[in-house]
Ligand binder design. Structure first.
Ligand code: 13P
Ligand code: ZN
Ligand code: NA
Length: 281
């Protein structure tokens, strides 16, 4: 069924696992992620960035994800990832998204609080949970270059959560969106310091390319939602490219897209084991 993220994230927090949030960009990726969740009896979050929403339009994409979620035997939330304006957040809320990120991390601390608070207040009556970001997760996020980033300050995080009433918080601890040149260096002590003073579920962004052991350690230290995007794009494209290389005369999208779909499903299943959400549905 279609659910909000509040309950599934609080259960994850209570029982010390995390839920994978997977960026989906077409029907096949939606089907792959939900199939993985059903096979492993895992709750899951489908998420779309503003560029994906722009590609297909909000209602078109939502209709697709909603059918998959409603038919699913496991809890599925539909989340707006890196919502970049109050307007887009409200459009997602109206169309039926069950979870919304308002990313004010590029604003000043005060302006981030302001924009987050108005979205939290607007979403409260419909029980739709809101995620915010404090500090900057760098790298190439969506179609924008997020630059170098800046770490989340634990005391600012505490004040931010108190002043906004936000449901979950994305923290910047050294991950970046996209692929890494070397191995990312994460500030795990900082994560623990944030966890000590902030009681809501914490979110890890930029997880493609982070070693699995490091992700598991982050979950042990309080991460309850783990975002994967780039690696799903890579998996889907790999499947399609391999099929077309072997079958250069192929003309049926169902044929090559289903190979991409299978690659995404395998990838997502492996990450559900890493974050610990298997058999938690
Ligand atoms: P990656 O593309 O590095 O997996 O980052 C995902 C993410 O944070 C989506 O919000
Ligand atoms: Zn992100
Ligand atoms: Na990454």
């Amino acid at each position: 069924p279609l659910v909000t993220t509040e309950k599934i994230l609080l259960d994850a927090q209570k029982n010390k696992y995390a839920i994978g949030a997977f960026n989906v960009e077409n029907m096949e990726m939606v089907m792959a992620v939900v199939a993985a969740a059903e096979e492993l009896k895992s709750p899951v979050i489908l998420q779309t960035t503003p560029s994906t929403v722009k590609y297909a339009s909000l209602d078109y994409f939502y209709a697709n994800a909603k059918v998959a979620a409603q038919k699913a035997s496991v809890p599925v939330a539909i989340h707006l990832d890196h919502g970049n304006s109050f307007e887009l957040a409200m459009q997602a809320l109206r169309v039926g998204y069950t979870s919304i990120m308002i990313d004010g991390s590029h604003e000043s601390f005060e302006d981030n609080i302001k924009v987050t608070k108005v979205v939290v207040d607007a979403c409260a009556p419909s029980k739709v949970s809101v995620e915010a970001e404090l500090g900057k997760v760098g790298g190439k996020e969506d179609d924008l270059d997020g630059g170098d980033g800046g770490y989340t300050d634990p005391l600012e995080a505490k004040e931010f959560v108190e002043k906004t009433g936000v449901g979950s918080l994305a923290v910047a601890i050294g991950t970046a969106h996209g692929v890494y040149k070397g191995e990312p260096k994460l500030d795990l002590d900082r994560l623990s310091e944030i966890k000590e003073v902030v009681s809501i579920p914490l979110v890890l962004h930029g997880t493609s390319g982070v070693p699995d052991e490091t992700v598991s350690e982050c979950v042990r230290r309080g991460i309850c939602k783990v975002n994967y995007a780039t690696d799903l794009r890579i998996a889907f494209s790999k499947g399609v490219k391999e099929y077309l290389a072997q079958n250069p005369d192929a003309i049926d999208p169902k044929k090559y897209c289903s190979v991409g779909q299978e690659e995404v499903k395998k990838y997502v299943m492996s990450k559900m084991h890493v974050v610990g959400s298997v058999n938690k549905a």
